[in-house]
Design a protein around this ligand. Sequence first.
Ligand SMILES: [Zn+2]
Length: 291
Amino acid sequence: MEVLGRTIPDNLAALHDEVVNLRPDANLRFTRGLTEDFPSLAWHIPDASGNSEIRLSENFTDAALCHELLHVLLYRRGFPYASPLSTFGAHTLTARALNCCVSHTWLGDEVKELGVEDFWPPPSLGTDPDITPFEDRIVQAWNLAEAGETSEDVQLNDMAARFREAAEKCAQPGATRWRRAMVDVLQYLDGLEKREEGAFGPLRSIMVTLVVTEPQLTRTADRMMELTPLGGESIGFVHKQDGGLFFYRFASPGRKRREMVELQQELKKTRTEAFLDQYWVPYTVDLRVKK
Ligand SMILES: [Zn+2]
């Protein structure tokens, strides 16, 4: 099999086929375009309909490609995914660290079953010339946590410890557990960041896919979700119980306040399942959560 004109090893091709077969109706495509100074050689960009793009740099490695394919695999199996509101804007690397944090312990075992252990562990996350100083620290903390190392910087160690704690909690797969762990870390990071009043931190800049239980789907939507104003004309959808953002939509220009009131009324009278379908909100159902 060839990816952007280069033949990839058979075991990677087999992983690719397994990923495709999980959801043959969804699209998986490889594109060029990651620049040399980008902090990773490969990048998974999912869309709200379950399709995935893997963007690659010209000099991508098998290990970098394998890592993205594994994240697509998890995405297709219905595990929650953290995405920044703008794909390559601020908080992009934080979202990446969260996705890796909850999944890598389990993936470390899975790679043997999938026959791709030669490509594990994945390359560590690099930094970005345009990154904010705070996000740069998040990347450093995640890399420390992943490598099992410590630093002389006390706050950095604390941040790394939070990543490690979340990773341990998520050693066993569980969609609800993974979402909660990601939102918990986001809340913690949000509290650490000093920023101007009214500015949005990680908690309101990163969405984590919604995970619901079957009983939740039948209740009215306001039991589980609420709205929050985001920047510009955006309206954020927040999970009431864990406080994490899972979706946003644009209001018509100048109608944000009015549309929030209307949406709020709809939440109260619509069942969760119908509401989510109406607004094309992606979600997964965790069948393992006890009723
Ligand atoms: Zn990862």
